[in-house]
Design a protein around this ligand. Structure first.
Ligand code: AMP
Length: 304
């Protein structure tokens, strides 16, 4: 079994009602691979950074035993930069700036020994690049894909092409409505499934996630948290936890997809407790298992 993650590695400037941080290490591939690494190792990453990507960023990925052969470093370039501000309701986020920088010329090259990876996670990047990655892969078992409003609005046609080539799409509620033009999330899921992916997961921020397949509607709760510092990366962390669990178990049954959704939510709950990637540092298997079990208690009740 093997897991390949392609996505952004970023410097993020984040403001929340509880504080702010400038140029901290982030990016979709960073969060996805760190989360997946708690279930499966080594996770392979493919991405690009500039000479300004800090040593701590690389060290963080190395600590998680992530295979960096596919990480391109453009010494003279600048790393992708994203800035966002969260409102008092942390589900509301305004993107203040997106500077593609080295990403603008990114042409993902999948190292030869990564091409047979069985699980591919396409982080939130230009759908044209997502397709270029898939063209280099040798018959992956599962392709899991994330996207966001930025691409739904700017590269809609290209995104629809990517959707035909994937198995699982993970997106949040507003993105699902935007992509499907359907306000009801169950109907939106059906519309999106008809676009290609047989499994659609719709994240609802602090209200949990919906797993939709041909025969299953599974509504996962969110972990009730009193201290959310920074929701950045929660969606990517969810995707990484989900993918990592599937790769670890190599089991695509509906029951295991449900478990994977809960493991994704578990990892995301650790992510939001601290700023940036800090929440994904040094978690123990026991901590993860303990929170996974608490999820079950959240919606368990007796019939009489
Ligand atoms: P999430 O909070 O899970 O939606 O992901 C936040 C991460 O996505 C941040 O670390 C950003 O660097 C990254 N990001 C934001 N916008 C984009 C974009 N247009 N393309 C690629 N990555 C992005």
């Amino acid at each position: 079994m093997s897991v390949l993650v392609v996505g952004s590695l970023a410097l993020d400037t984040i403001e929340t009602p509880f504080g702010s941080v400038k140029d901290t290490v982030g990016g979709s591939a960073t969060y996805i691979s760190a989360a997946a690494s708690y279930f499966f190792s080594p996770v392979r990453i493919v991405g690009i950074v500039g000479g300004d990507f800090p040593r701590e960023g690389v060290a963080f990925l190395e600590e998680r035993n992530i295979d960096l052969e596919g990480l391109e470093i453009i010494e003279k370039g600048k790393t992708f930069h994203w800035a966002g501000r969260y409102r008092y309701d942390l589900n509301e986020r305004d993107t203040l700036s997106t500077d593609l920088n080295v990403f603008e010329k990114f042409d993902p090259k999948i190292p030869e020994r990564h091409r047979k990876s069985r699980f591919v996670v396409l982080g939130n990047i230009d759908p044209v690049l997502q397709q270029r990655v898939l063209r280099q892969m040798d018959n992956p078992r599962v392709v899991i894909c994330d996207t966001m409003n930025y691409w739904i609005e700017r590269k809609n046609k290209e995104l629809l092409e990517t959707l035909k080539q994937i198995n699982v799409l993970i997106l949040n509620d507003s993105e699902a409505r935007l992509l499907s033009r359907e306000p009801n999330l169950i109907k939106a899921g059906k519309v999106i499934r008809a676009m290609g992916p047989s499994v659609v997961i719709i994240k609802k921020g602090e209200h949990g996630a919906l797993l939709l397949t041909e025969s299953v509607i599974f509504s996962a709760p969110a972990y009730p948290m009193e201290n959310i510092f920074d929701p950045t990366g929660a969606g990517d962390t969810f995707a990484g936890g989900f993918a990592g669990w599937l790769a670890r178990t190599d089991d695509l049954s509906e029951e295991n997809l449900k478990r994977a959704v809960i493991y994704g939510s578990t990892l995301a709950s650790f992510c939001v407790e601290k700023f940036g990637v800090e929440g994904l540092r040094g978690l123990t298997y026991l901590q993860i298992q303990d929170r996974f079990r608490q999820f079950r208690e959240l919606s368990r009740f007796d019939e009489d």
